[in-house]
Write a protein that binds this ligand. Structure first.
Ligand code: HOZ
Length: 425
């Protein structure tokens, strides 16, 4: 028995399914996961000492590469000063100001500890601010695992073919209206049906939890117009896209201004952080100013904030996003050329350090099209690449991530491995 298998069996005895987050269990690709021992730059090493080029990047945070020395040093320095106070710190202000300076739609921001907390709190705030109950979300978008958002959700929910969770009473989701991503007519129809009841629309402005799916031209603009017309709030869930697809997230690229934005991942530099922010008049409804309650012992944790602040500052380097986008493009264009050389139906898409790879001829525009990809070939590709030392997300319903440390040598090694794998699919 290999060391990884041994660890997985041990994990399964102590942890449900052997993992602390379902996608990690490899259920949709088969086999058992390597257990990661350490990571540096673009690489992971498992418990057997095998090195992998990593295209998961902790599902987004590792934009500077793993264990960036300056981030690690900031974490060490902060830790020496105390791990958690449950009281305000100056660094939290620095962090809030850094977010506000980067994302113009955010006038005030509240720090939390995860993306799930950020989206859950933003929804509560939208309901409290508008005095309305219904929310609109889109099929295949994933906004964390709070009750009212676990309907037809993406990520692990799609991976396991069960997009709505047991344990959520129907009454808890009766106010969640689920529509097709990129279908503006459906949104218009929902507003026509519930003209005074919709508190907000929450959307991933580039979907990253049903693989990567771009918004159709006019979709986000249409959502903005409908929300403004009907007095609903528009929430961009930029947990994944924020500071990854560009310096101001997707909202900076598409020019659509949401009322609220949720962030996580990169703003914590690998430590547990989330945030929600937006219009000051809306944020004023949060306790202690307003009547919408939200709280957390570890919110604004000093160690996490220290990691996030260094990360945000490093993203300001001139040309950072141009380089990141170019490097990600080399991965995707290289994989596509390689697949085509070997006659495998394949396509890809990317923005900044976020990418999608699809076993179909053109990038999908909806969950239905993502679901129609050749999932069996994806599984063989995934395992072939893993055996060749390249770590992609273990699900055809997840996006991929490139860091600034994925240089030409790393990318060429990936493409050389892909050439061998595609040849044998
Ligand atoms: N929900 C994450 C992917 N979109 C997976 C988190 C994890 O397994 O760590």
């Amino acid at each position: 028995m290999t060391r990884n298998t041994e660890l997985f069996e041990r994990a399964c005895r102590a942890i449900p399914g052997g993992v602390n987050s379902p996608v990690r269990a490899f259920r949709s690709v088969g086999g058992t996961p390597p257990f990661i021992q350490r990571a540096q730059g673009p690489y992971l090493w498992d418990a057997e000492g095998t090195r992998y080029v990593d295209y998961v990047g902790s599902w987004g945070p590792a934009i500077l590469g793993h264990a960036d020395p300056e981030v690690v040093q900031a974490v060490q320095a902060a830790a020496e000063g105390g791990l958690s106070f449950g009281a305000p710190t100056e660094a939290e202000i620095d962090m809030a100001e850094a977010i506000i300076a980067r994302i113009p739609s955010i006038e005030q921001v509240r720090l939390v500890s995860s993306g799930t907390e950020a989206t859950m709190s933003a929804i509560r705030l939208a309901r409290g601010y508008t005095g309305r109950t219904k929310i609109i979300k889109f099929e295949g978008c994933y906004h964390g695992h709070s009750d009212s958002l676990l309907v037809k959700a993406g990520s692990g929910m799609l991976t396991f073919g069960n997009p709505s969770s047991a344990g959520v009473p129907p009454e808890f989701v009766q106010h969640t209206v689920v529509l097709d991503y990129n279908n503006l007519d459906a949104v218009k129809a929902a507003f026509a049906q519930y003209p005074d009841d919709i508190a907000c629309i929450i959307v991933e402005p580039i979907a990253g939890n049903m693989n990567m799916v771009r918004p159709a031209p006019g979709f986000l603009e249409g959502l903005r117009a409908l929300c403004s017309r009907h007095g609903a709030l528009l929430i961009f869930d930029e947990v994944m896209t924020g500071l990854r697809v560009g310096p101001q997230g997707m909202q900076g690229l598409c020019g659509v201004t949401p009322d609220l934005t949720t962030l996580a991942k990169i703003i914590g530099g690998g430590m547990p952080v989330g945030a929600f922010g937006g219009r000051a008049d809306v944020m004023a409804e949060i306790a202690p100013l307003g009547a919408v309650y939200q709280a957390g012992t570890l919110s604004g944790n000093p160690v996490a904030v220290a990691a996030g602040l260094v990360t945000l500052r490093r993203l300001e380097q001139p040309g950072f996003y141009d380089t990141l986008h170019a490097q990600t493009g080399k991965v995707i264009q290289g994989l596509t050329a390689c697949a085509r050389r070997h006659g495998v139906p394949f396509s890809g898409d990317w923005q900044g350090g976020l990418f999608g790879i699809y076993f179909r001829d053109t990038p999908p525009t909806s969950l239905a099209e993502v679901s129609a990809c050749d999932l069996e070939t994806f599984k063989r590709f995934f395992h072939g690449m893993l055996d060749a030392g390249v770590h992609f997300a273990p699900s055809a319903f997840e996006a991929g991530f490139v860091s600034i440390t994925h240089d030409d040598t790393v990318i060429q090694a990936t493409l050389d491995a892909a050439d061998r794998v595609f040849a044998n699919l």
